[in-house]
Design a protein around this ligand. Structure first.
Ligand code: EPU
Length: 413
């Protein structure tokens, strides 16, 4: 991707459906027979991967209109290493497969560019629900005649862990109580979907979720929430470039932490129903950021906010508490002239007058977004390689930025 910096963004941008809501929600089709219908599904590589996995498990998929999935013909209960290593969220099939078929064989995901990211809490919770779990040849092998509802305590708030176990508990015998559950809006969207399918889930969005197990679920129709991370990325871009941008089709109530931080740094934000209007002068005041589970500041916006603060008016301290290795973008931002010093899980960012375009490399999805943002304000030309990371989670990002006046294009490698 080639970006020539210096353009002030202006205009309207429409936000797509949320990747991290779509993944568990499409997987929830495994819990029932018949055609489920999904609206507002984003067109992303990760969505193709999950559809591919569901196809391998025997699902029928129609996507000429709203996406439809029918898992009546399911004939396998395995997620291979080849799939799981390309997308960790494939682990989401573990709970539903055990609940529906009584068994599952799912590859352990292995390491990751942003941290160790173990799945021990998914496994422990499934064992709490009565599954027998063995780790063999790099695979999780789980079996249960019927899962039994119980109280589950998550040591750490885990998003996909909560989703996995919430899905499994829907078909368990009796009641489950998930304590220290993740409160992310994507968890709520999944719970609403499951309830449309006949599940009995209460308390999603709080840290205690009650699931009353039912005998069976039925197919349903659901609409995905807008992607709060995509929306946040455009908000930061507008703030950073001194822009005037309306971000439409998002849910501002999912973005309170970011709105507060951007306002603290001098960005003017007007919230309206279904969108936000972001206006800013070019120089932003430095602010400190600490990533936390929702409703705290999202780790998925940390890299983008760091790009923004590299041009702030003073010192910002950015502390990453969710993942232990999510500063891979720092070295790349420094190649563009940023002044950043990493100490443990904090990055001290000293605002510089300007960034300079350079050749940089994306290391993960959100790091790619941060480098695009840096490129938008850098002097001269930035060449971003390994952009396949960005296609996992942002739909047509260069088209959306171009429409706002950015000079950005994709060229063949
Ligand atoms: N953790 C464990 N054991 C587990 C599960 C998690 O130690 O069994 C730790 C993780 O290593 C991490 C922390 O708990 O330190 C929180 O991880 P979490 O499980 O919440 O992350 P996740 O479910 O794997 C989802 C998103 C990520 C997002 C995180 C945090 C999906 C598909 N992925 O991952 O999204 O960063 O929550 O909000 O929902 C992205 O979209 O770029 C992305 C990485």
């Amino acid at each position: 991707m080639i970006i020539t910096g210096g353009e002030r963004l202006s205009g309207d941008v429409h936000i797509s459906g949320a990747k991290n809501a779509a993944l568990p929600i499409l997987v929830s089709s495994l819990l029932t027979e018949g055609w489920n219908t999904y609206h507002n599904v984003p067109d992303l590589v990760d969505i193709k991967t999950i559809k591919n996995l569901l196809g391998i498990l025997g699902a029928d998929i129609k996507d000429d209109g709203p996406l439809q999935i029918n898992t009546s013909g399911m004939n396998r209960c395995e997620a291979s290493y080849d799939l799981v290593k390309t997308m960790r969220a494939s682990i989401l099939v573990l709970g539903p497969l055990v609940a529906r078929t009584g068994e599952a064989r799912v590859s352990l995901p292995g390491g990751c560019a942003i941290g160790a990211r173990p799945v021990n809490l998914h496994i422990k919770a499934l064992q709490d629900l009565g599954a027998e779990v063995d780790l063999k040849d790099g695979y999780i092998e789980a079996k249960a005649k019927r899962l039994k509802g119980t109280t589950i305590y998550f040591d750490i708030s885990t998003v996909t862990g909560t989703e996995n176990i919430m899905m499994a508990a829907c078909l368990a015998q009796g009641m489950s109580c998930l304590k220290n559950a993740a409160r992310e809006p994507e968890v709520v969207n999944l719970a609403e979907t499951l309830n449309h399918m006949g599940a009995r889930i209460f308390g999603a969005g709080s840290d205690e979720i009650i699931v009353e197990g039912v005998e069976r679920l039925h197919p349903a129709e659901t609409t995905l929430i807008p992607d709060r991370i995509e929306a946040g990325t455009f908000m930061i871009a507008a703030g950073l470039t001194g822009g005037d941008v309306r971000i439409l089709g998002c849910d501002p109530s999912h973005l309170d932490a970011l709105i507060s931080k951007l306002r603290d740094s001098g960005v003017e934000i007007t919230v309206f129903d279904g969108g936000v209007h972001v206006r800013s002068g070019r120089t932003l005041t430095s602010v400190d950021i600490k990533t936390l589970p929702y409703p705290g500041f999202p780790t998925d916006l940390q890299a983008q906010m760091m790009a923004c603060l590299t041009c702030g008016s003073g010192l910002s301290v950015i502390t990453e508490t969710v993942f232990e290795n999510r500063f891979m973008h720092v070295g790349e931002l420094m190649r563009m002239g940023a002044d950043i010093h990493v100490q443990g899980n904090s990055a001290i960012v000293k605002g510089v007058k300007r960034l300079r375009g350079a050749q940089v490399m994306a290391t993960d999805l959100r790091a790619s977004a941060s480098l695009i943002l840096a490129g938008l304000v850098a002097e001269g030309r930035t060449e971003l390689s390994r952009v396949y990371h960005i296609d996992r989670g942002y739909q047509e990002i260069e088209k959306k930025f171009s429409a706002l006046g950015a000079d950005i294009r994709r060229v063949p490698a």
